[in-house]
Design a protein around this ligand. Structure first.
Ligand code: SF4
Length: 365
């Protein structure tokens, strides 16, 4: 059965905003060629040059102690449980030193909700990092900051302002999962609400702290709930303009409490990427999640609206140990070039950086 999507195509060609109903029809009815064509059209409107950016960064999971018990997470240890850790400043510094030696500029500091770590821990750590290294701190997801404010008996605004003063540059959009209460209740019942996640981002953006925003799809949500997530992001972006990038990634069921859920397919990823590009007309960058999808699918996504390859991850624990793809920096550049684009290095705030004059040892990245 052929579905007519002429009315949606007309809107895309005219640069008009799509509705939620349009988004659901695209998810259900558009074929790969349509999605690629339309998403690329919007991508090139926003980024006329054939550049695909990436940042040389490193994830530092400073603690795996967490009480939240998200059903999709196989990273955490409960407080007091064997195997829980908090990285010492010495270990954190060693990791940053390795990154800086590779020409890196971004550290993504993320961890569990560890009741033992109060605001002073983060302030001291961030100040020490900023006093020692020329890196940008892209750190602490909303759920961590909401909890930190609570246990530090501060408003979220005051907590964010103190983190910002200590050196926090940007907030990763993790923990958004699907910003629909019915979904969150099923997959992460103890986590903050969708409204609380959005409120925290609103406050951060108003303080001048930009962020990314993610969507973890492919667990228990419906197409309509994916669309609702996208619309809620778009609505807040209309208000604040603080989201720099959108990053959809698929739920990785292995080793989690939702192990029976079938892993989302490759085409589902491409469809989700393309519909995101089409609905989120106000979020400038769409990031590939090759970390979870693999480098080949991450590369194909460049034809579905993606304009950024994200970070050259040195390590990542929170997603799922089984699903981590380690790709050297030189390989990222090759994937971009091979897809017909020009690789460009950026920093956390998406400013293009000059390529290093001296050759960097890419093999370890
Ligand atoms: S996803 Fe984050 S908040 Fe949820 S259990 Fe894992 S570490 Fe804790």
């Amino acid at each position: 059965m052929t579905h007519r999507l002429d009315d949606i195509e007309d809107k895309i060609l005219a640069g008009q905003r799509l509705s939620g109903e349009d988004g659901a029809r695209l998810f259900r009815q558009a074929n790969p060629l349509q999605l690629s064509t339309w998403a690329s059209l919007v991508r090139f409107r926003l980024h006329p040059e054939r550049r695909v950016t990436y940042v040389v960064g490193r994830v530092i999971n400073y603690t795996n102690v967490c009480w939240v018990q998200c059903k999709f997470c196989n990273f955490y240890r409960l407080p007091g449980q064997e195997g829980g850790y908090v990285l010492s400043q010495e270990v954190v510094f060693e990791k940053i030193r390795e990154l800086v030696n590779l020409g890196g500029t971004e550290i993504l500091i993320q961890g569990g909700l560890n009741p033992a770590l109060k605001l002073e821990y983060y302030e001291n750590l961030f100040r020490a990092i900023k006093g020692t290294f020329a890196v940008q701190i892209h750190g602490l997801s909303p759920v961590e900051i909401i909890y930190l404010a609570k246990i530090s008996q501060l408003s979220e605004r005051d907590c964010l302002a103190r983190l910002q003063a200590a050196g926090l540059d940007s907030i990763p959009g993790a923990g958004a999962e699907i910003l629909v209460e019915a979904v969150r209740e099923q997959i992460a019942p103890y986590k903050n609400s969708a409204a609380a996640w959005l409120d925290l981002m609103r406050t951060a953006h108003r303080l001048g702290i930009g962020s990314s925003v993610t969507m973890m799809y492919g667990s228990v949500e419906s197409v309509e709930q994916r669309v609702e997530h996208l619309l809620r992001v778009r609505e807040l972006q209309d208000e604040t303009g603080g989201f720099r990038a959108f990053i959809p990634w698929s739920f990785q069921p292995e080793g989690t409490h939702l192990g029976d859920v079938k892993r989302a397919s490759g085409f589902d990823y491409l469809r989700t990427v393309a519909v995101s590009r089409l609905l989120l007309d106000n979020v400038p960058n769409l990031q590939s999640s090759w970390l979870t999808q693999g480098p080949k699918l991450g590369q194909i996504a460049l034809q579905y609206g993606v304009n950024d390859m994200g970070s050259t991850i040195l390590e990542e624990n929170v997603v799922s140990k089984e699903s981590v793809f380690m790709v050297p920096l030189a390989e990222i550049e090759r994937l971009i070039t091979d897809a017909g684009f020009v690789p460009a290095r950026r920093n956390t705030t998406y400013e293009i950086l000059p390529l290093p004059s001296a050759p960097v040892n890419h093999s370890a990245a």
